[in-house]
Ligand binder design. Structure first.
Ligand code: CA
Length: 229
């Protein structure tokens, strides 16, 4: 899952990034409200953490514009302010939740999990299952029956995305943006490379699940049709 952190204070941004990455999220950081809003509007994020006092555009205004554009990404406002009027203002602008600095790491992670759970298609239990596959966020472990294999962080993110969108065609461009993001120096053919890594691992596990290439469109995670015997 991909989280956008909009925070101008470098040290706090780095701490939050580390915390979320340790918990298995892919994280992008923006240092001002304007670029934060632009990134959030991309639709590639599952959760957005937004500071209030930001250069160029404050967090309240960024969230208000985000909602005006019809973007429903769950937003957690992070701020040093604890005034009731500010909390109310944040929620009125369209934020989903409010966390006052300084916060405990556990509290932040719990808030992010709560926001992820609000989206019906995402369940952050740490375990995803499809067909004979079981993907465990803990240790990025992929199992099939008795067999089990470790995935790299990128392989994990890619398979998680495919499993959340099972039996739907995902465009290569969408996959690239979700996994590598805008700032990345990665190239489009990274998607092909990582799809082939995952295919090798699925074959190694003797899974009935496979990644189908849909010509001119993208990729689709599917179960193989039942074979006789
Ligand atoms: Ca700030």
């Amino acid at each position: 899952m991909r989280v956008l952190v909009v925070e101008d204070e470098a040290r706090l941004a780095a701490t939050v990034r580390d915390l979320l990455e340790l918990d298995g999220y892919t994280v992008d950081v923006c240092r001002d409200g304007e670029s934060g809003l632009d990134n959030a509007l991309s639709g590639i994020y599952d959760v957005c953490l937004m500071d209030v006092m930001l250069p160029k555009l404050d967090g309240f205004e960024a969230v208000r514009r985000l909602r005006n554009e019809g973007c429903g990404v769950p937003v957690l406002m992070l701020t040093a302010r604890s005034d009731l009027s500010d909390r109310v203002r944040g929620l009125d602008c369209g934020a989903d939740y409010y966390l006052t600095k300084p916060f405990e790491p556990k509290e932040l992670l719990a808030c992010v999990r709560a926001l992820v759970r609000r989206q019906p298609e995402l369940r952050d239990t740490g375990i995803l299952e499809y067909g004979d596959l079981r993907l465990d966020k803990n240790g990025f472990q992929l199992s099939c029956g008795e067999r089990s294999i470790h995935l790299s962080r990128k392989e994990y993110s890619l398979l998680e995305l495919l499993m959340l969108n099972r039996e739907r065609v995902l465009e290569k461009e969408t996959i690239f943006l979700k996994i590598w993001g805008y700032d990345s120096e990665a190239e489009g053919n990274n998607v092909e490379a990582y799809i082939s890594f995952l295919r090798r691992k699925l074959a190694h596990l003797h899974s009935h699940v496979h990644i189908r290439t849909v010509r001119m469109a993208g990729y689709c995670l599917e179960k193989a049709p039942e074979t006789a015997g």
